[in-house]
Design a protein around this ligand. Structure first.
Ligand SMILES: *Cc1c(COP(=O)(O)O)cnc(C)c1O
Length: 478
């Protein structure tokens, strides 16, 4: 290699010397520490306008090498002030994408080894650590012995894998051979509180939006089991092919959950495959006192939750648990000659469990995270977040001109201005332009509401109360 570089007479800046790599690694580590230490001083959402960053970047790529010092100076000048700071302790928007410091360290190591972990042979440690970490989390969430699982990039991918499995199981695996033409329409059932990733999974799996049947909910916004049973029977009578049910635990809009045990009872009676989407709320199931919310989950076929949301594993890290992986493997496994591992037919190759072939080493950050904080440390955070969310809800309830629209579910509630949608939207814009905190909106029963979820890994009670103070200060006359 060296000989070849010499012959080509590469210009001096073209190869980064390892001493320089070490120097910059240390400088970036120092920058990272200062960034995390001073995050509270930054606005959560930047004042950046569209095209600010685009215009700060040269239109054409450089022909010649640039010094790392200059690259890094430009990074500091252009990037941090144009970021929405997801690790900011006063980030109460969407759901969290937590990166606990211990998990960031693991990701630094992963990015240095930079392995592509598609097969056991390409990544023995990554594969076996994945098996162990998924099992640690299975135990942490109180799921039964014997369940297996896999780490995916996102809940969207896990749900697509489950929907493919529902489709193929219903078609007796004819779909992956000959496509869907000439088949009865596979039907998937979910409530209106289910995340849009379920709709997209139905698009991508060739099922189509019209064959995703949204089932009515009861007073508490959970799926109505009787309406579900009736819909399945009506579909059979109409010549459709009921295939599976996506069950929602901790929905994105207001945190609603379906009655898991009752839905699974219907699924069993009708022979349908079930997948629980607990992308956000699954992390909370490390607290035994919250598990009643998904009582019956051990009867499902598949469950997804994102340790990269509430638990603290840096994005991306989504765990799909499977009661028995056989049907999903039958739906997704392909083994061309060039991916065979001679003499190792029994090795676990996790790429065969999912849609993408290439995969990152995602288990290391779980290993660091779970050991650095312990399950008890992680539970304490979740319990605090829920308690503070309840406190914030009561404080906002007392503010004239505002009203609570949906009560806290886990650590999420929503509120609005009594004066109506326009006032609420204006208030949200004032809050987010102020920068001290960051919230987002949804529509609930046709009404524009502001969501507030408490879940940032290192936020404190004081951060939550400061957000409430900002809301009180900016609410105007309502
Ligand atoms: C965030 C979320 C998703 C989507 O998760 P990705 O990992 O971003 O695909 C799906 N369902 C629920 C309930 C969510 O909260």
């Amino acid at each position: 290699m060296h000989g070849r570089c010499k012959k080509l007479r590469l210009p001096p800046g073209m190869i980064m010397k390892l001493e320089e790599f070490g120097l910059w690694s240390r400088r970036i580590a120092d920058w990272s520490k200062t960034y995390l230490e001073t995050l509270r001083e930054r606005p959560v959402r930047p004042a950046t306008r569209p095209a600010d960053v685009l215009n700060a970047l040269p239109v054409t790529p450089p022909e010649d090498a640039t010094d790392m010092a200059e690259i890094f100076a430009d990074f500091e000048r252009i990037v941090p002030d144009a970021m929405t700071h997801w690790q900011h302790p006063r980030f109460f928007a969407y759901f969290p994408a937590n990166a606990a410091p211990a998990s960031i360290l693991a990701e630094q190591l992963v990015s240095t080894m930079a392995a592509q972990c598609m097969l056991w042979q390409t990544s023995p440690a990554a594969t076996e650590m994945e098996t162990r970490m998924v099992d640690w989390l299975r135990q942490a969430l109180g799921l039964p012995d014997g369940w297996r699982g896999v780490i995916q990039d996102s809940a969207s991918s896990a749900t697509l894998s489950a929907v493919m499995t529902m489709r193929e199981r219903a078609l007796d695996w004819r779909g992956i051979r000959s496509g869907l033409a000439g088949e009865k329409a596979p039907r998937i059932y979910a409530s209106a509180q289910t995340h849009s990733s379920v709709d997209k999974a139905c698009w991508v799996a060739g099922i189509g939006q019209d064959n995703l049947v949204k089932i009515a909910t009861t007073d508490d916004y959970g799926m109505d089991p009787d309406a579900l049973r009736a819909a399945i029977r009506a579909d059979r009578a109409a010549g459709h092919l009921p295939a599976g049910i996506v069950i929602c635990v901790g929905g994105t809009a207001i945190g609603a959950s379906d009655p898991v045990a009752a839905i699974i009872e219907v699924a069993r009676a009708e022979g349908l495959y079930t997948h629980i989407d607990a992308a956000w709320a699954g992390s909370a199931m490390i607290c035994p006192e919250l598990r009643h919310i998904w009582e019956g989950a051990e009867g499902a076929d598949s469950i997804v939750f994102n340790p990269h949301k509430w638990l603290g594993a840096q994005f991306d890290c989504s765990v799909q648990f499977l009661r028995d992986p056989t049907d999903q493997l039958k739906s997704l496994t392909l083994r061309p000659d060039y991916l065979e591992t001679p003499g190792m037919d029994d090795a676990v190759n996790y790429s065969e469990w999912t849609i993408p072939l290439g995969r990152r080493f995602r288990a290391l950050k779980l290993w660091f995270l779970i050991r650095a904080y312990g399950l008890e440390g992680l539970r304490t955070r979740i319990r605090n977040h829920i308690a503070w969310s309840n406190e914030a809800c009561e404080a906002i309830r007392d503010l004239p001109g505002l009203e609570i629209v949906t009560e806290p579910r886990f650590s999420l509630f929503s509120f609005a201005c009594t004066a109506g949608d326009e006032a609420t939207a204006d208030l949200l814009e004032r809050i987010n332009s102020d920068g001290r905190t960051y919230l987002t909106q949804t529509r609930h029963e046709g009404r524009y509401v502001i969501r507030l979820q408490v879940g940032q890994f290192d936020c404190t009670r004081a951060d939550v109360m400061e957000a409430v103070a900002v809301i009180g200060e900016l609410r105007g006359e309502g």
